[in-house]
Design a protein around this ligand. Structure first.
Ligand code: PGA
Length: 257
């Protein structure tokens, strides 16, 4: 049985002081139930890179894992403005979001670049959360499966099959991100099922069946239960609703599957 993963993506929000306050409130909510929650789910938050040291300190001894929103694929070098896996790992970062739609569409990240980041994360023993998702136009044109599966296959090209089950995939339809227009559980499950099939073909059924596939896009405490009740929806990648401790804690307590 796959463990759920509830992951918060803070995007470019919260100063160090604000982050410390949110984490303290979150720990008060979540660490209290840590033993019960740990039975079937993992929790992660991904603050902005510069906030990671403060977040790392504030999370010391917590069951909440620390993630990054992005990273470079090289360990070091002349890459102004970038951060590397060893730098992140130095602060206890275990997960990294790769290929988020804002990275793809605002910063022009390509499948090839995203693939190098996935491989770098695995090389460093981190969990890459590979984001895939179609735009409104692609959705309207009936191209969802084609777009999502191409992003998936390109993003995972050359990944060592033995490491396949360490990967997390996040299906985030671009039209659902930050819009309040959550995909219906049925629509999301359809795409998640197609992702699972594609993973089976790529890495074999056993590895593919242990990959967690998260849904992201306007997840709230009110819709998370119906989403994770679907067989291939293994958790959520949460943007806006992860910025406040109470709303994120309510999502973390999603009904057990
Ligand atoms: P949202 O963002 O929950 O604010 O829609 C999700 C994401 O972009 O990861």
């Amino acid at each position: 049985m796959r463990r759920m993963l509830i992951a918060g993506n803070w995007k470019m929000n919260l100063t160090a002081n604000e982050a410390r306050a949110v984490i303290a409130a979150l720990r008060a909510e979540i660490d209290r139930d840590a033993a019960a929650l740990a039975r079937d789910r993992d929790v992660m938050i991904a603050p902005p890179a510069v906030i990671i040291p403060a977040a790392s300190q504030a999370l010391a001894g917590s069951s909440i894992a620390l993630g990054a929103q992005n990273m470079h694929f090289e360990d070091k070098g002349a890459f102004t403005g970038e951060v590397s896996a060893p730098m992140l790992k130095g602060f206890g970062v275990t997960h990294v979001i790769v290929g988020h739609s804002e990275r793809r569409h605002v910063f022009g990240e390509t499948d090839e670049l995203i693939n190098r980041k996935v491989i770098a994360a695995l090389r460093h023993g981190m969990v890459p959360i590979l984001c895939v998702g179609e735009t409104q136009e692609e959705h309207d044109g009936g191209r969802t499966a084609e777009v999502v599966l191409a992003q998936l296959q390109n993003g995972l090209a050359g990944v060592d099959q033995a490491q396949g089950d360490r990967i997390v995939v996040a299906y985030e339809p671009v039209w659902a991100i930050g819009t309040g227009r959550t995909a219906t559980p049925e629509l999301a499950e359809n795409v998640h099922g197609a992702i699972r099939e594609s993973l089976r073909a790529q890495m074999g059924p056993e590895k593919a069946d242990s990959v967690r596939i998260l849904y992201g896009g306007s997840v709230t405490a009110d819709n998370v239960d119906s989403l994770v009740s679907k067989p291939n929806i293994d958790g959520a990648l949460v943007g806006g609703a992860s910025l406040k401790a109470d709303s994120f804690a309510r999502i973390v307590r999603a009904k057990a599957r």
